[in-house]
Design a protein around this ligand. Structure first.
Ligand code: S3P
Length: 184
């Protein structure tokens, strides 16, 4: 609504904004809402790969393998980060595993980790369909990945926002509020 928009603090991105976190943490949904709020384009690395390759993520994993997918993911990420004006980027959950991706993010973006508990992730990913990494045992895999990736998300994050039991608009509002406090 117009009147409530007018009361919102003006926020403008000075750098790219990357959203990281586990599968099911809401990066894509929050990314779209955040991009609308900030008046910036939103790029989802998975969607970009799928559209460039013409196969689903699961098909890419089974046809070309994970390493091939990861190389494509790095390519897409570095293309996004080369853009001149700031964009919101929703990164696939494993994109931060590569040190060169983390280095690029550090150089060119502010990074928000959307942190979710195992219970939230389990609920959201369901049987794990469409996410080849989770195949067979979503809860077991998520449990292990939270342990392995937690320190990596911590390392790369400028800000951490907990998403458990929160609607998208509340997560977006917190990201916007915290972004204003980031000092460079
Ligand atoms: C992956 C996360 C997926 C996708 C691929 C691998 C991961 O993206 O990139 O299935 O390793 O965590 P989302 O985090 O958007 O589900």
């Amino acid at each position: 609504m117009r009147s409530s928009n007018r009361r919102r603090p003006a926020v403008s991105l000075t750098r790219h904004l990357g959203l990281v976190g586990m599968m099911g943490s809401g990066k894509t949904t929050v990314g779209h809402a955040l991009a609308r709020r900030l008046g910036r384009p939103m790029i989802d690395t998975d969607a970009e790969i799928v559209s460039a390759v013409g196969l689903s993520v699961a098909e890419i994993f089974s046809t070309h393998g994970e390493a091939w997918f990861r190389a494509k993911e790095s390519e897409i990420l570095s293309d996004c980060l080369r853009r001149e004006s700031p964009v919101v980027i929703s990164l696939g959950g494993g994109a931060v595993l590569a040190e060169h991706n983390r280095a690029l993010l550090r150089s060119w973006a502010d990074v928000v980790w959307l942190r979710a508990s195992l219970a939230t992730l389990t609920l959201r990913v369901g049987s794990g369909s469409g996410r080849p990494i989770l195949a067979g045992d979503p809860v077991g895999v998520l449990t292990r990945l939270i342990e392995v990736r937690g320190p990596i998300y911590t390392e790369v994050a400028t800000l951490i926002v907990d998403v458990d039991d929160r609607p998208t608009r509340s997560v977006v509002a917190e990201v916007v509020r915290l972004m204003a406090t980031v000092r460079r």
